[in-house]
Design a protein around this ligand. Structure first.
Ligand code: UD1
Ligand code: CA
Length: 459
């Protein structure tokens, strides 16, 4: 088996984005562009993946983590110079090297595989992934000779008018014979309008040496979209969103209005789930069969069980069981775990809390740093008072307890199994199991007070 390597170019600043965020870290469907590229490349069973970093090197490394090795390109002297930075790791090794840019987020593993197969079957030393563009402006153009053979690539800024009319573009993705690549890179100069060392010049160098250079044209232009500015970023978002939504619909998910539904690339959704408009589902979220999400719900990094409804609500990094009813207007904050059959109603905030099976907080509550057993009823307006200004404390509410409306539970505190807390109580001591706790001032009625007041006024 041939060794396979990949080099991802991600050192540029992305001037045209006009952004504090480095270009390749701009998210498309909730995931940074360079992560999309690396995730697809990883599917090729590579021996080694190297990312060339420069601007924002640390942030790019934080994002990709263990997925890649890194080489720093101190000065951004062009894409050819960028690849050459991997010389000390790759030069002289036998095998095939894929080069891809960190700003082409729509590239898929299937297309990469087809390009590699083509590369192998034509026994080329270099294969360019090309595409037909309706509007090729800004891309390198593929210049072919009379026999259809690829001769070279010319950049937008160096192209003659005739060359600018060419609609076959370089997608910025290539396959190379690794040894030939690093040999040829030594011959690349910066004698062009941008004064940069262009990677595509390798094509002409190999061509001049009579080595086989080939091109694989993908029928999907959209896959090759290179994101250089925010207009292209929005196009990428739209295209990817469409691909993702269509995939889920084909798998048996009802996406009521795909134009207004935003699902991340790694989200898993079961059969007969309904997603209503205005919903954003991101990160590592998994949704089981028959759940209903939206309208207008934001769900990130959550597990959502069967038949659960999340209506006009926000849930982050939490585990939500089956047949749970959330919303409208609920907020499930990170590290929460809701058991099956739970109900979390309007204006309820749950933070870092466990909620046992069948427990309910139907209205206007804050439950933070808490462990709530099963079958608990939390009355309207209940607050776990978890913070003294310096430290956070735990509230424990055991199975089948009943918390009356408008109660404050000052943590650390435990309400025992089956206990009752009377409405309007401020509880700062543990409540034993099965007890009724009343912690509020007594009511005094002054009979006839108002008529006395009125007769005093008349005198
Ligand atoms: C490049 C190609 C062009 C192709 C297009 C496809 C060159 C010279 N041109 O143009 O033929 O049609 O991609 O999208 O290669 N980078 C570095 N170090 C550098 C320069 C760039 O790491 O010194 C990285 C950038 O971060 C980026 C990628 O390489 O991820 C491509 O660079 P970019 O400046 O976007 O090239 P394009 O002008 O789009
Ligand atoms: Ca680009």
């Amino acid at each position: 088996m041939t060794n396979k390597y990949a080099v991802v170019l991600a050192a540029g600043q992305g001037t045209r984005m006009k952004s504090k965020l480095y270009k390749v870290l701009h998210p498309v469907c909730g995931k940074p562009m360079v992560q999309h590229v690396v995730d697809q490349l990883k599917e090729l069973q590579l021996n080694e993946l190297i990312t060339i970093v420069g601007f924002g090197a640390e942030k790019v490394q934080d994002q990709l983590g263990e997925d890649s090795h890194y080489v720093v390109q101190e000065e951004q002297l062009g894409t050819g110079h960028a690849v050459l930075q991997a010389d000390h790791i790759l030069a002289g090794k036998k095998g095939t090297t894929v080069v891809a840019c960190g700003d082409t987020p729509l590239l898929t593993k299937d297309t990469l595989k087809k390009m590699m197969d083509h590369h192998e079957s034509t026994q080329a030393k270099a294969t360019i992934l090309t595409a037909h563009a309706e509007n090729p402006h800004g891309y390198g153009r593929v210049i072919r000779g009379g026999n259809g053979q690829v001769e070279r690539i010319v950049e937008q800024k160096d192209a003659s008018l005739d060359e600018q009319a060419v609609q076959e573009i370089n997608t910025g993705t290539y396959c190379f014979d690794n040894e030939f690549l690093f040999e040829a890179l030594k011959g690349v100069s910066n004698d062009n309008s941008q004064g940069e060392y262009y990677l595509p010049d390798v094509i002409q160098i190999l061509q001049d040496k009579d080595e086989t250079v080939s091109a694989y044209q993908t029928p999907e232009f959209s896959e090759s979209l290179g994101v250089n500015d925010r207009v292209a970023l929005a196009q990428a978002e739209k295209l990817m969103k469409q691909h993702i939504n269509e995939r889920h619909m084909r798998n048996g998910v009802t996406v009521v209005d795909p134009d207004h539904t935003y699902i991340g690339p790694d989200v898993k959704i079961g059969q007969d789930v309904i997603v209503y408009p205005g919903s954003v589902i991101e990160g590592n979220t998994a949704i089981e069969d028959d759940a209903v999400i939206g309208p207008h719900s934001t769900v990130k990094d959550c597990y959502i069980g069967e038949d659960t409804v999340v209506k006009q609500s926000v849930a982050t990094n939490s585990h939500i069981g089956a047949r749970v009813n959330i919303g409208p207007f609920a907020h499930i904050r990170p590290e929460s775990s809701l058991g099956d059959d739970v109900k979390v109603g309007n204006f309820v905030e749950i933070k870092k809390a466990i909620f046992g099976k069948g427990s309910k907080a139907s209205h206007l509550s804050y439950i933070g740093d808490a462990e709530v057993g099963s079958g608990v009823n939390i009355g309207c307006g209940t607050i776990t008072v978890n913070y003294d200004g310096q430290h956070k404390f735990m509230t424990t509410i055991e199975d089948d307890a009943f918390i009356g409306c408008n109660s404050n539970l000052i943590a650390p505190v435990t309400v025992g199994k089956g206990a009752y807390v009377a409405a309007g109580s401020t509880i700062n001591e543990d409540v034993p199991a099965e007890a009724l706790s009343i912690a509020r001032s007594r009511q005094t009625n002054k009979e006839g007070y108002v008529s006395k007041l009125n007769s005093n006024k008349k005198e």
